[in-house]
Design a binder for this molecule. Sequence first.
Ligand code: DAT
Ligand code: MG
Length: 161
Amino acid sequence: MVQKTLVLIKPDGLQKSLTGNILTKLSEAKLDIVGAKVVRVSKELAEQHYQHLKDKPFFTELVRYIQGKLHGPHYERVLALVYEGEDAINRVRKIAGATNPEEADPTTIRGAYGRITTKGVYENVIHSSSDPKDAEREIALWFKPEEIVVSSAEPKKEDQA
Ligand code: DAT
Ligand code: MG
């Protein structure tokens, strides 16, 4: 099934200059990028994005992490992307690797580049949506509809006679 999925290159990924490596690795999934932008993440956006974890003891640090508060003022940003294609959600999750970077397969993005800080934050470099419901919610949270490119194979209203 053709799906869309949200990918975030987190502040640690940007600080470590991993953008190129990550995009190259993700190209193995044979998907299309249909949205991309740099975002300065507000506390509200971070809290909404991670709403399913709001009762976890690591929630406050997790919100600070995705906001870039652990990586100095220059890296208070993420690169947000939407990928589209066959089985996009699972294909990207597979390449991203397990949530815990110490447990992630070393050939995955998280396994290769992630770490756990001494404070216990999983700096796992990349976010990817975990299921179709999550993907839909997250894409709507991070992107306006007009920021997503619609394939020319799907005729737009103005192109129709
Ligand atoms: P994923 O990002 O693999 O979808 P998740 O949605 O369960 O995993 O958690 C979101 C993020 O929260 C995850 O990327 C890193 C952080 N996290 C999850 N479990 C954690 C834990 N036990 N300790 C510290 N950070 C954790
Ligand atoms: Mg998740």
